[in-house]
Design a protein around this ligand. Structure first.
Ligand code: IPD
Ligand code: CA
Ligand code: CA
Length: 266
């Protein structure tokens, strides 16, 4: 994919505006009693997920003619891979939404050949908007973010995620247990894009998960790297849009987490 200049500053402002409007769609449709269905035994989708995605996709495409979309619901997979690609999670934290746990995000990134170039994560119920632009910075509600300065894992508040597939509990929880023993304390909040945003803001010190999809992390990873953090897979390799393991933190904590996670990489 070419890395042309698409007028990114304007695009980021347009994405920020769309995310605010999408949050209204989320709250309205959920408030009207959206249906909930199972994609898998623990993996849910609601009418709200679909409504937010259907709201966003045509508007994102219109912002950048020729762009394609990779989105979680309704099989939105790009046919052309050499085009700028919007990576969309219409509701990150669907289980939280269904249970009334008000920790839910909408995540949008624009990706080119070098990975995410623009990203926005809207914390719907807190009304906070996180944005990032590659090589230019990361912001929460327009204020620059610089991430956590905690340098010892024993002082760190670490978040992780658990997969929907419950068939291998020992393999899932062995690395989680090791990190829990080594850190100050552990959280499993349930919306990966938002964990990455909180990490970029310095409200969390580190995040890891074993099996994420591109729409879970594309925007959040850009927030973390643009706020001074590091994101790799559990083997320490640079993050790509492939699905897989993820570890994110400032450089010092990242190394300490890799020491634990690399030997356990699934
Ligand atoms: C999920 C959330 C959760 C993570 C899962 C994701 P969804 O996304 O980000 O925190 O642990 O792996 O699938 O299904 O709510 O969009
Ligand atoms: Ca989702
Ligand atoms: Ca998600």
């Amino acid at each position: 994919m070419a890395s042309a200049d698409f007028g990114h500053q304007t695009l980021l402002a347009d994405v920020a505006k769309l995310l605010g409007e999408a949050a209204q769609v989320l709250e309205q449709t959920w408030g009207q009693g959206a249906q909930v269905r199972h994609k898998g035994p623990a993996d849910l989708v609601t009418d709200t997920d679909l409504a937010v995605q259907r709201f966003l996709i045509p508007r994102l495409r219109a912002l950048l003619p020729g762009s394609v979309v990779l989105a979680e619901e309704e099989g939105q997979v790009p046919t052309a891979t050499d085009r700028p690609c919007w990576v969309v999670d219409p509701v990150d934290g669907t289980s939280n939404l269904v249970h009334g746990f008000r920790y839910v995000a909408i995540s949008v990134a624009l990706s080119d050949a070098q990975g995410p170039i623009l990203g926005g994560v809207h914390d719907v119920f807190a009304g906070r908007l996180y944005t990032a632009w590659r090589a230019h910075g990361a912001w929460v509600d327009g204020t620059p973010m610089h991430g956590s300065s905690v340098t010892s894992l024993s002082d760190a508040l670490v978040a992780c995620g658990t997969p929907y597939d419950k068939s291998t509990p020992a393999a899932v929880f062995a690395p989680i247990a090791q990190v829990w023993q080594a850190c100050h304390d552990l959280r499993v909040p349930g919306a990966a894009a938002l964990e990455l945003a909180q990490l970029a803001e310095g409200r969390l010190d580190a995040f890891f998960e074993a099996d994420l999809q591109p729409w879970d992390f594309a925007a959040g990873c850009l927030l973390v790297t643009e706020s001074g953090g590091q994101v790799t897979d559990w083997a320490g390799r640079g993050r790509t849009l492939q699905r897989g393991t993820i570890v994110a933190a400032n450089r010092r904590l990242h190394r300490q987490l890799l020491d634990i996670l690399t030997p356990t990489e699934p």
